[in-house]
Design a protein around this ligand. Structure first.
Ligand code: RFL
Ligand code: PHB
Length: 393
């Protein structure tokens, strides 16, 4: 026996994109059901993004979940870039007029889960075999299994917010779907440690030994990354090895101030640029990592997921409130135009900051020349600042 339910928007994936979309729709009285393959605890255990753009903050406020972020987040007015022992600052206030907010993805997701639960939002965990049926018809359906029981949701629209490994993107037939991909020949080894951050702002470091990033979550929680080989394993890196390597990649003056401690999380992430087109197929709309992945240099993944949510939410709102399909019809075009620009920035910043295994001496000289140009040129700093704090949407 299949249990049948009806809703307006079926959202696949209970990560930040899916939760934010469902909470925003709720503020307008639009019904949704979120289907999540794992559990709330599992989603909250993934240490990911840490830097939020203004557009993201506005959406959280609009969704009514901005309070803790406003109280506990750390506004940052700039970021530092180093190469060897040289270090300079990109001033967001001066060049872009907006700060960014340091507030972890874990906290964003926790706030969204709490809000969904407070208003009795429909969320199903541990769903299996999610399948999108009749995405091109007026009444698409989503079928799945939960605790061995067959379930079916009939809806008007399906939002595919199920990340890079989800099923939504693959529902679009191969002859319609086009994918663009660049895989980088290195990864990021990250640790979280209950130590004060080495600086009050983030430091992106280009060094002879490879890239490093000094980031944070709060005054006593630091997040550091170092570029590593794609073949590396977390077990190969003791905390001491990690700190020793980090110190060699950041300016000496900064390394002397670094407070080390034992790690409470350690993981390796691959780096990839990936885009799939189209982002809409019939009544299926892809959002966030389901449609695109950026390398983490520049902190754009979660923020770009949020700009997709913005376009989709406003399109759905226009549809349900005014019976006007203009917004949903323009969704793929609007979202994609911004996604390519963000991809460009993430690719440029990644290319500038990392050591590539096949890098020639010429390539290296070009990196240093570009860093020196950025160091000394206000127009270049302005372009960097505007991209970092987030392009408008
Ligand atoms: P998510 O977070 O992957 O969530 C998708 C959810 O869908 C579920 N799912 C399914 N559910 C039902 N049925 C299925 N068949 C399903 N398949 C999957 C999954 O369990 C999951 O819960 O995608 P979403 O919501 O689009 O959010 C995207 C962000 O998580 C991602 O872009 C960022 O984390 C990227 N990122 C960063 N972004 C930033 O904006 N700023 C940063 O500072 C930043 N730092 C980072 C990052 C990503 C990193 N890693 C690990 C890749 C740092 C790192 C190291
Ligand atoms: C993080 O704090 O996890 C972080 C910050 C900036 C990035 C990537 C990750 O560019």
């Amino acid at each position: 026996m299949t249990k049948k339910t009806r809703t307006q928007v079926c959202i696949i994936g209970g990560g930040p994109s899916g939760l934010l979309l469902s909470q925003l729709l709720h503020t307008r009285g639009i019904e949704s059901i979120v289907l999540e393959r794992t559990t709330r605890d599992y989603v909250l255990s993934r240490i990911r993004a840490g830097v939020l753009e203004q557009g993201f903050l506005s959406l959280m406020e609009e969704a009514g979940v901005g309070q803790r972020m406003r109280e506990q987040g750390l506004p940052h007015n700039g970021v530092s870039i180093s190469y060897g022992d040289e270090k300079f600052r990109i001033d967001f206030d001066k060049h872009a007029g907006n700060p960014v907010m340091v507030y972890g993805q874990t906290e964003v997701t926790r706030d969204l889960y709490d809000a969904r639960e407070q208003v009795g939002g429909a969320l199903e965990f541990n769903v299996e075999n999610v399948t999108i049926v009749d995405a091109q018809m007026d009444r698409p359906r989503v079928t799945y299994l939960v605790k061995g029981e067959h379930q079916e949701i009939q809806c008007d629209f399906v939002a595919g917010c199920d990340g890079f490994h989800g099923v939504s993107r693959k529902t679009i037939p191969d002859n319609i779907r086009k994918e663009y991909e660049k895989v980088y020949p290195f990864g990021w080894l990250g640790i979280l440690s209950e130590t004060p951050p080495v600086d009050h702002e983030l430091i992106y470091a280009n060094s002879e030994r490879g890239f490093a990033l000094c980031s944070m979550r709060n005054e006593n929680l630091s997040r550091y990354y170092i570029q590593c080989s794609t073949l590396d394993k977390v077990e190969n890196w003791s905390d001491t090895d990690f700190w020793d390597e980090l110190k060699k990649r950041i300016p000496r003056e900064t390394a002397q101030k670094l407070i080390t401690g034992s790690s409470i999380e350690k993981s390796i992430a691959p780096l990839r640029s990936f885009i799939t087109e189209p982002m809409r197929w019939g009544n299926l709309f892809l959002c966030g990592d389901a449609a695109h992945i950026v390398p983490p240099t520049g902190a754009k993944g979660l923020n770009t997921a949020a700009s997709d949510v913005y376009y989709l939410y406003n399109g759905l709102r226009q549809f349900y409130e005014n019976n006007d399909s203009e917004g949903i019809n323009r969704y793929a075009q609007n979202a994609m135009a911004r996604v390519w620009k963000v991809q460009r920035f993430s690719w440029w910043f990644s290319s500038l900051m990392h050591r590539f295994p096949d890098q020639s001496e010429f390539d290296h000289k070009m990196q240093i020349a570009e860093l020196e140009f950025l160091h000394s040129n206000e127009a270049a700093q302005k372009a960097m600042a505007q991209n970092y704090v987030g392009l408008p949407y």
